[in-house]
Structures are given as structure tokens and as C-alpha cells.
Design a protein around this ligand. Structure first.
Ligand code: UDP
Ligand code: MG
Length: 317
């Protein structure tokens, strides 16, 4: 008989105290349906301000398969997920949101696909009805742009909810970057993939931590982590402007020779100066985005800091 395998479910939690009882109830009832597997649930308290940590510890005391990692402050979802994935010891790892937007019941289907030999089983949202229409529109545009200019393809409507085989997780752990756009990193490592469809549920309690500003920063992170096109584009823009101004310069010389000196145009001069000034500032801004990232990478600070680990202390699975 093959050795019993273990599934690790990784749950980043930020101010999720109200929803945790419902989460564990549903998640555990799914995991015990899989008798051929052991399981561990790794919950990361990402510097929550409510009593998420106390709740998590209560559950960890009740069920020895639950492990709680308390981060020293709020590091953001990507860092919390990284902490959980680093700590996971299972043969397959499944990141899951704590707000029950990712219905745990789909884990059964994911495991079936994994057993068929796929290394990554992606869960694709069949509808985005729970998002605001403007957010849906911008998200679509973002995926299009990202996939057009980046070195790795991010499948649309696929988030962090997925199953990854141990070899995928080990590959992921080798990526050294500090600033982590997990969706991109997941896609970058590749491996044999398949997709299942799932219906995303509305958030059960609490509210989303991703306001428009955070979403914008995440999108910026995604583009700058996987593409240098925004940098290169300025060379082409500069070249085009140079050619156009050369043609315009020639035209002015010819005009002066033929018609004599004209009164120079104040309006066109000012427009050209302001326009080019704006273009240059944009170019410098894009450079700044990349240099800022080089700066933060070069500092080599850890991605997250664990304040304490609760629950099962021995590391056997
Ligand atoms: N989350 C986190 N740290 C943060 C923000 C969010 O660990 O700084 C967790 C949150 O508890 C949830 C998951 O990331 O389990 C997804 O967050 P949320 O539901 O707010 O995002 P949305 O579903 O709206 O994209
Ligand atoms: Mg959510």
C-alpha cells in the first residue's frame, strides 16, 4: 500500500474572527471526507486587529491538525501566503481564502485531478458577479495588458485557489524575490496544469481588505514583476518624437528660406515644451517604479516575520 499522503490547506487571515467557526466547520467536514489523506490546516494571522488570533488558537487547541502562524505585523496577503506555503509540509498544498469565497467543497475535485497526475489544479471562477462592474472591467483590462507584455501567462479568472503538488511548491520556494505577486509566481513556475470551474461565493462576514488603492498597487506589482516593456517603451517614444521634430525642423528651415522669417508661434512652442516635459516626467516615473523595486529587493529583508507558532509543535505530518 502506498504511504498515506498529506494535504496542506493554507489560509491567510486578516480580521476574519467572525467567519472562522463557519470556515473550519465546512473545511474540516470536506477534509475528513478524504479518508486516504492526512491533512493540516495552516492559518496565518496577518497582524489582525480583531480577535482572529484567539479564535485560531481555540481551534488549534481543539484539532491538532490546525497550525497557527502569527506574523509580527500585517505584511499583506502575498507575504502571509508565502509564510503558509513555506510552513506547509503536505504532498499537495491548497491556498484558500478565510472568508469562504473559495468553497472548500471543491477540494475533493481538485484532489481527484491531482491523482490523475496533474501537478497544478487551478480553480477558475465561472462568474465575477460578486465584483463591482467597474472592477470587472478593470480586471479584464489588466489581464489583457499583463498577458500581452509579460514573460508569463496568467490565466484569466484564476486566483490563488488551486492545488499544487509538492514539486511545484518546492520550485516556488526557490524563487528568491521579496516582493511577491503570487499569481505571477505561480504561473511562472509552470508544470502540468488543469482547470476546474467553481462558483465564487459572496464574502460571508467582514469586508474585503482590497480597496481600489491596494488593487492598483497589486496590478502595478504584477506588471513590474514580470515585464520590462514599460521601461523599453520610452526609447521608442523618444525615437518617434525625435524623428517628428527633425521633420518639423526641416519644414521650418524650408519655410524660412522660401517665405522669410516669420513671427515665431508662442502657442506651439509652449505646447511642445509642456508636452515633452510631461512625457519626460512619465518616463522618469516609470524608471522610478523599477528602481524602487530594485532598491527594496537589494535590501534583502525577509518577506515576513513569524512572532509565534501555535498548535502542533512536533513537525511530523
Ligand atoms: N488577507 C491577508 N492579509 C491582508 C489582506 C487580506 O491575509 O493584508 C487575507 C484575507 O483574510 C482573506 C484573503 O487574504 O483570507 C483574501 O482577502 P479579501 O477577501 O479581503 O480579498 P478579496 O477576496 O476581496 O480579493
Ligand atoms: Mg475575499
Amino acid at each position: 500500500m502506498p504511504p498515506i499522503q498529506c494535504l496542506s490547506v493554507v489560509v491567510p487571515c486578516f480580521n476574519e474572527a467572525q467567519g472562522l467557526n463557519a470556515l473550519f466547520e465546512r473545511l474540516e467536514s470536506v477534509l475528513v471526507q478524504l479518508p486516504d489523506f492526512n491533512y493540516e490546516i495552516i492559518c496565518i494571522d496577518d497582524g489582525s486587529l480583531d480577535d482572529t488570533l484567539e479564535k485560531l488558537c481555540q481551534h488549534a487547541a481543539r484539532n491538532r491538525n490546525i497550525v497557527v502562524l502569527e506574523l509580527s505585523r500585517n505584511f499583506g496577503k502575498e507575504a502571509a501566503l508565502t509564510a503558509g506555503i513555506d510552513a506547509a509540509r503536505g504532498d499537495a498544498v491548497i491556498p484558500l481564502d478565510a472568508d469562504l469565497q473559495h468553497p472548500p467543497e471543491y477540494i475533493v475535485e481538485m484532489v481527484q485531478q491531482w491523482q490523475k497526475g496533474y501537478d497544478v489544479v487551478l480553480a477558475r471562477r465561472v462568474s465575477r458577479d460578486t465584483d463591482h462592474p467597474i472592477q470587472q472591467y478593470i480586471t479584464n483590462k489588466f489581464y489583457r495588458l499583463h498577458n500581452r507584455i509579460s514573460e508569463c501567462f496568467i490565466p484569466r479568472d484564476v486566483g490563488d485557489f488551486r492545488l499544487m503538488d509538492r514539486k511545484v511548491v518546492d520550485a516556488l520556494k526557490k524563487l528568491p524575490e521579496r516582493r511577491r505577486f503570487m499569481k505571477g509566481l505561480f504561473a511562472w513556475v509552470g508544470f502540468k496544469q488543469t482547470t476546474i470551474d467553481f462558483v465564487v461565493e459572496p464574502r460571508k462576514t467582514g469586508k474585503t481588505a482590497f480597496n481600489p488603492r491596494r488593487l492598483w498597487l497589486l496590478a502595478l506589482e504584477g506588471i513590474t514583476s514580470f515585464s520590462t516593456v514599460p521601461l523599453a517603451i520610452w526609447a521608442y517614444a523618444g525615437f518617434t518624437v525625435a524623428i517628428l521634430s527633425l521633420i518639423y525642423g526641416c519644414w521650418i528651415i524650408v519655410k524660412t528660406l522660401v517665405f522669410g522669417i516669420d513671427v515665431p508661434g508662442y502657442a506651439s512652442l509652449l505646447t511642445a515644451i509642456l508636452f515633452l516635459g510631461g512625457i519626460q516626467l512619465m518616463g522618469i516615473g516609470v524608471l522610478g517604479e523599477y528602481i524602487g523595486r530594485i532598491y527594496s529587493e537589494s535590501k534583502q529583508r525577509p518577506i515576513y516575520i513569524i512572532r509565534q507558532r501555535y498548535g502542533k509543535q512536533n513537525n511530523d505530518v
